[in-house]
Design a protein around this ligand. Structure first.
Ligand code: ATP
Length: 237
């Protein structure tokens, strides 16, 4: 199976005054398509830095990064923004919804930016609201929703532009454990339903069991990769 994301020799060092902080050191990693991948590791192990690089929000000093076969580090800033908007979806720990927009409008926002026609926008937003269990909350602003409901809106927003890859940086960190488990189950469901690759980071080693693939990090390096057997349906296909 061709990897969806391929990292080779990726290094990223932050400069803090005179001190160099090596956040990632020569990372080699393949993320497989249509799988649910968790990146776990202690605080400071480099998870966010890795997700920011895969999300083309940050650039490494060294190494190669291909997504869907595209050498993203060779793209111009404009081409990279376009690539990000079309192919990638993001879910954040702090939800990052626009407070003055309703749940419906938050999900619709990336579609407006992408110039999707109004009728198609409406169809996609209503389908996603239904899919994340918030059909009755369309007019509510984020301030009128619970943390779990806000994250559901954020999941729907991340999927709105039909990305091939969704990146989620500690999406359950600000939720109680029950709500976090429900959000995780929803992400899993959405990953299967929409045939996207999901990559999310977590401190919680318990989540590793629920992923197809798990990547463990320590001190800026990958110390273990565990891949579950491919799903039967994929093998049969
Ligand atoms: N902007 C920055 N400037 C300097 N150092 C940074 C910066 N961002 C991260 N670091 C350092 O890089 C290392 C990796 O940080 P990163 O945020 O990627 O880890 P993490 O595994 O996501 O941690 P957490 O679980 O706490 O979010 C840490 O040592 C951190 O202190």
């Amino acid at each position: 199976m061709n990897p969806h994301v391929r990292l080779r020799g990726i290094s990223r060092t932050y400069r803090l005054g005179a001190v160099d902080v090596p956040a990632l050191q020569e990372i080699d990693l393949d993320i497989l398509p249509n799988r649910f991948t968790v990146i776990s590791g202690a605080s400071g192990s480099g998870k966010t830095t890795l997700l920011n690089l895969i999300g083309c929000i940050d650039r490494p000093e060294a190494g190669q990064l291909h997504i869907d076969g595209v050498d993203v580090l060779a793209l111009s800033d404009n081409a990279l923004s376009d690539f990000r908007a079309r192919r990638l979806g993001f879910i954040f720990q702090t939800f990052n919804l626009v407070p003055v927009l309703s749940a419906y409008e938050n999900i619709e926002y990336p579609l407006r930016l992408a110039g999707v026609p109004a009728a198609e926008r409406r169809e996609r937003v209503l389908e996603l609201l239904e899919a994340v269990g918030l059909a009755d909350r369309a007019p509510n602003r984020p301030g009128e929703l619970s943390g779990g409901q806000r994250q559901r809106v954020a999941i729907a927003r991340a999927l709105a532009s039909r990305p091939s890859l969704v990146l989620a940086d500690e999406p359950t960190a600000n939720l109680d454990s029950r709500t976090g488990a429900a959000i995780l189950a929803l992400m899993r469901d959405m990953q299967r339903r929409y045939h996207v690759s999901f990559v999310f980071s977590s401190h919680d080693p318990g989540l590793m069991e629920q992923a197809d693939d798990s990547v463990q990090m320590r001190d800026g390096r990958i110390v273990a990769i565990h891949r579950q057997e491919e799903a039967t349906s994929e093998l049969a296909a």
